[in-house]
Design a protein. Structure first.
Length: 221
């Protein structure tokens, strides 16, 4: 799951360009002034045909998804827009400043669907591309933090942050929120190691298949 506070469509465009189906959850305010989380499913236009373009296949309130589908959060990547996207499907879903402040200060942990909140609070997290000098981001992080043990040794999950050109203030803010600040070079090193491990596992799997094929041929002879 990718959580973003941006209003642009860069993430969606990247998934569509990669031909990767995904779900999007957005915080919106309806005409009756009620705020909700809204679900959209992006998938191939023709079911089962990966050569057709990625389009919106389903639109519902997130509460309806949770009532009818149990493992929807594990089926494909999920983009969670905690501020709501702007200009999607001809509708401006970006919330007003008042709703924005109310949402940040009080409602993320209470209004976010349980499945999404559990995903955030009960997993390892990466914070990429921003610092905590922005108060709105500190507010989001603080709400997640408030539901976890305050002693690091009692935490089951690790949080990391990648922030280029971080200041002394940034470093202190990350540390105070139990987040380990890493450099971009370390992340690249970790990804390279992961790719090597995956290639090694693939090689071992191919060797096993070849051995089984050889044994099968020997048994036939």
């Amino acid at each position: 799951m990718i959580v973003t506070s941006c209003f642009d469509q860069v993430l969606e465009q990247a998934f569509i360009k990669a031909d990767q189906p995904f779900d999007r959850i957005s915080y919106i305010v309806e005409k009756d002034q009620k705020s909700i989380y809204f679900y959209q499913k992006f998938d191939h236009r023709q079911d089962g045909d990966k050569n057709t373009p990625i389009v919106i296949k389903d639109r519902r309130k997130i509460s309806e998804i949770e009532e009818t589908e149990q493992n929807w959060l594990e089926e494909r990547p999920v983009i969670l827009r905690i501020y709501g996207p702007a200009g999607v499907d001809g509708v401006d879903w970006a919330v007003t400043e008042d709703y924005f402040i109310e949402h940040l200060m009080y409602q993320i942990s209470t209004k976010l669907p349980v499945t999404l909140w559990n995903k955030l609070s009960k997993n390892h997290l990466w914070f990429l591309g921003y610092g905590l000098s922005y108060w709105n981001l500190r507010s989001v992080l603080r709400q997640i933090n408030s539901c976890l043990p305050q002693k690091p040794e009692k935490r089951q999950f690790t949080w990391w942050a990648i922030q280029e050109s971080s200041t002394l203030l940034d470093k202190k803010l990350w540390v105070s929120n139990h987040v380990e600040l890493l450099s971009g070079e370390i992340l690249e090193s970790l990804l390279d190691q992961q790719n090597q491990d995956n290639q090694s596992l693939l090689g071992k799997y191919i060797d096993k298949l070849q051995n089984r094929l050889y044994q099968a041929k020997t048994a036939i002879q």
